[in-house]
Design a protein around this ligand. Structure first.
Ligand code: 9WN
Length: 477
């Protein structure tokens, strides 16, 4: 077996590789079943996958949307995948907004609990939700699962059922998060990005002074925060991060979740390149689905959004720093954020990388001093002062962000030999980290050591998805 960076599971004897893959694949399917939870809203039962029974016992938006892309490949095709999406949509507010968390009223393990958000006046009465959202993978997921549904008629019926809600959601994103029509979406809470304590937000935190966060909020965090007790505190966001997370929630709740005001006046408002890259691809997916249903006039609008966002993403490239960048737009600012994180590779997922930018992006991704580690892709470059191999989104490699980079390289740039080879390598290393260490939340990018909460649904569903999409031939009967 080869040593070092090129050693992947594919270097094993082929039979052995197939056995490892088949074993992990089967274990993934079992875990997805175990993490299925039934929740009752409006007297109706909904089946959904919780991220992890150890802590995340409710429904999370972007987790469920990605999990559905794995579930479609299980024997329950298409039922469980469709249910997963229905269980996301049941929490949609009247204005089209889809919240990050749909709470299960019977479970209390997670902090913050439902009542902290004070969303009663704006959400569906029977579905307790948070007041912020998460990356817009919904349309990408529904496009994928309906293309992999065995029965085309069933797929079409499902599309007709959910397309109005998806369009409403995209219209809400466009109206509330891009009022200036820049093509890039504004996200207003670190949790919305899905990469909670990423160094990308450090600079923006300077506008949220800890002294001005109400003492009652800090006391509540000190007393009730549970992630750092159920999990290892030194791997989680810091207490100051949590004061800011909860301080923002308290402020927005006191503003009645008025998004016009929040986007304009919040001290935390960022044009996020990862969020926006997903947004661009999601609009292409939505346009594809509408076209498939013969609704080409409506498709044009979302295709237009996708094109606009791709151009806007390409324009965030800063030659001097050799990267795309987020932009702090809080309270009228317009200040690029330069941090060496894996968010800079997300325009690949959108198909926004220009021909001229592509070799530069690949060079950065393939640099063993920065991102091309033994278990890539670290969330923060390993040569950055801020790199921390175990602290959540400040260093570890996560299967979800790998998936976005892999699909970006393979679907959009697969015609480029180097991009394709890097994509192939990333598929193998992502599968390998799961094969070696199980379904853990994230891993140390240098050693592959597992961290975070265990028995996690994301790696399980991503394992199924990547295997079925890229490595189908390795599965043994
Ligand atoms: C807050 C569920 C979620 C993921 C996020 C991840 C983490 C929550 C938390 O867990 O965030 O949303 O409390 O830590 O950062 O991406 O969706 O898996």
């Amino acid at each position: 077996m080869k040593e070092g960076i090129l050693a992947t599971v594919a270097d094993l004897h082929p039979r052995e590789t197939n056995e490892v893959r088949t074993h992990t694949y089967n274990a993934a399917i079992i875990l997805l079943k175990e993490n299925t939870s039934t929740v009752v809203y409006n007297g109706k039962e909904y089946q959904r996958t919780v991220p992890s029974e150890s802590f995340y016992t409710h429904g999370w938006k972007w987790d469920s949307e990605t999990v559905a892309m794995g579930l479609i490949h299980t024997e329950s095709n298409p039922q469980r995948a469709f249910d997963e999406i229905r269980a996301v949509l049941v929490g949609q507010w009247d204005n089209g907004f889809i919240p990050q968390i749909r709470y299960n009223p019977t479970v209390k393990k997670y902090y913050p609990q439902a009542e902290k958000w004070r969303t009663e006046k704006v959400r569906q009465k029977e579905v307790p939700t948070s007041g912020i959202t998460q990356p817009p993978i919904l349309a990408i997921s529904v496009d994928y699962i309906t293309q992999h549904t065995y029965d085309k008629k069933e797929a079409d019926q499902f599309l007709d059922e959910v397309l109005p809600a998806i369009m409403k959601n995209h219209d809400n994103f466009k109206d509330t998060r891009d009022p200036e029509n820049s093509g890039l979406l504004t996200m207003i809470h670190p949790w919305e990005s899905g990469t909670d304590n990423s160094p990308r937000w450090d600079k923006v935190y300077k506008h949220i002074s800890l002294e001005r966060i109400p003492q009652s909020v800090k006391d509540d965090v000190d007393e009730n925060r549970s992630d750092n007790k159920l999990g290892e505190a030194s791997h989680r966001p810091t207490q100051e991060d949590y004061y800011r997370f909860m301080g923002l929630i308290d402020m927005y709740a006191s503003w009645g979740w008025d998004y016009e005001k929040i986007v304009k006046e919040s001290p935390f408002a960022v044009k996020d390149i990862m969020f926006s890259s997903i947004w661009a691809r999601a609009n292409d997916s939505l346009a594809n689905m509408l076209e498939r249903r013969g609704r080409s006039k409506e498709a044009e609008k979302y295709r237009g959004y996708a094109e606009q966002t791709k151009k806007a993403l390409a324009a965030t490239w800063i030659e001097k720093s050799q990267q795309y960048c987020d932009i702090d737009v809080s309270q009228g600012r317009y200040s690029p954020i330069i941090e060496p994180t894996n968010a800079m590779f997300m325009p690949l997922y959108a198909g926004a990388v220009t021909e001229e930018q592509l070799p530069k992006v690949l060079k950065r991704l393939g640099d063993i001093e920065q991102f091309w580690t033994e278990y890539p892709v670290p969330t923060t470059a390993i040569n950055s002062k801020k790199f921390d191999p175990t602290r959540y989104w400040r260093g570890p490699s996560w299967p979800i962000t790998n998936l976005l980079i892999i699909d970006g390289l393979m679907d959009n740039y697969g015609h480029n030999e180097q991009a394709r080879q890097m994509g192939e390598h990333l598929i193998d290393t992502t599968l390998k980290m799961i094969e070696e260490y199980g379904f853990t939340e994230y891993v140390d990018p240098k050693t592959g050591k597992p961290y975070g909460f265990g028995k996690f649904s994301w790696p399980a569903s991503i394992y199924v998805y990547l295997t079925k999409k890229y490595r189908k031939n390795v599965l043994l009967k």
